[in-house]
Design a protein around this ligand. Sequence first.
Ligand code: NAD
Length: 462
Amino acid sequence: MSDSSAKFSQALATLRTFSDTGTPRTYEYRIEALTKLDKLISENVDRICDALAADLSKPLQESLLAEVAVVLDEVRLTKKNLRKWIKPDSVSTPLSLWPSKSRIYQDPLGVVLIIGPWNYPFHLLMLPLVGAIAAGNCAMLKPSELTVHTSKLVTELISKYFPPEYVFVAEGGIPETTDLLNLKFDHIFFTGSTAVGKVVMAAAAKNLTPVTLELGGKSPVIVNDDADLDLAARRIVWGKFYNAGQTCVAPDYLYVHKNIAAQLQTKIKQTIEDQFGVNTKDSKSFARIVNSRNFQRLTKLVDKNKVVHGGQSDERSLFIEPTLIGNAQWNDEVMRDEIFGPILPILTFESLQEIYKTINSKPKPLAAYFFSRSKARQEEFLQTLHFGGGCINDLVVHLGNPHLPFGGVGESGTGSYHGKSSFLIFSHAKSVMIRSGWFDFSLRYAPYKEKNIKLLRKYLRI
Ligand code: NAD
């Protein structure tokens, strides 16, 4: 047994012992833990943003909004609603089972494992933790090893604000995650790539551990010829180049109607300059690529002959310019896998029905976006295309509404969270019928008599 394996196994045993005491499931403990999580964040906003800047050169505004505020909002919404959410639901009972009360209790799962990625390394670890705490669980967190500063800070802060028998951080890369996946948790919540999602699901299957998989994919943005092109350009540039394109719900590629393709391309180029200046490298609003491996992967995707904007890069500073690839085709290298960087291939179309067929023939994307002024076209997009979630006339912002469950479908994920959905995903719906003995149908018991069967058939009409 490796050192980390023994350490994680011991940590899990400690978590399980505490979970079994029943303390973390009490309403008071959950509320106190959420208050502590609020403090952990509010008292350390600058340190969190500094760690993200050190890991990804993440612009301060992006850290404040998409890493800090989003988690604080979730904590506060959860605290406000928790009493209501944990109240058992009373449901009706068929007449044949009267007198009874039927209730659904939301039961904690026990000890859950949360594995995070590097692109929003604070948000994507803490947001699931809010749900795990709200549902009355103990948790083990595994931050991404690629964002070292955030991983270290999360470890320090969690151990300062929470006891290790309640929340424990297991740092490490693939070998350590493999050790963790060999242990038996009550749920695994994984955010990361589709390829690693398969590894996680296979490992979980050995223990029949349920999983939530928040994965990626190639998410399209489609712009029809009746769209507001200025709005589309502004929002596409924002959604694509936020965090330098390293966002799971960023548009991976642009499908634009051929009648307006040239016009939209010109507007997108202009908008890139408006938002990041002529020299993006000097912009304080543009993040960097997480590491050299991803830098190499991304620069190899750029076909220099097809670049219509950008294309510059600098490995030393892990900078890749916002880059547009014109006349992209499905057999181009850049269209094979999720890009996950500041490169936007542009494909054109003549018929929406044709492209819906094409997109539906590929792995289901995590998100899809559609720009059009026509209500009928919008409805057709919603009714025809399969995807996890998305927006009409905008991008990415569906994530910001905690009342919308967030997750993928098929290859882009299993299960969804945010707000009440987070609470539910970390709970088991325990269905219970509460009965009394004052009335007891004798015909349910053996020996089964002919006359009772007749009565039964009459009652059931069969
Ligand atoms: P990743 O799958 O490489 O890593 C995620 C986590 O898994 C990390 O903690 C890592 O240590 C661990 N891991 C990596 N390889 C492993 C292996 N072989 N065995 C066990 N564990 C392993 O993902 P990433 O590169 O950190 O993140 C990028 C991907 O995540 C993209 O595909 C993106 O779309 C997706 N993503 C999805 C969401 C979502 O909410 N759906 C959010 C962010 C990122």
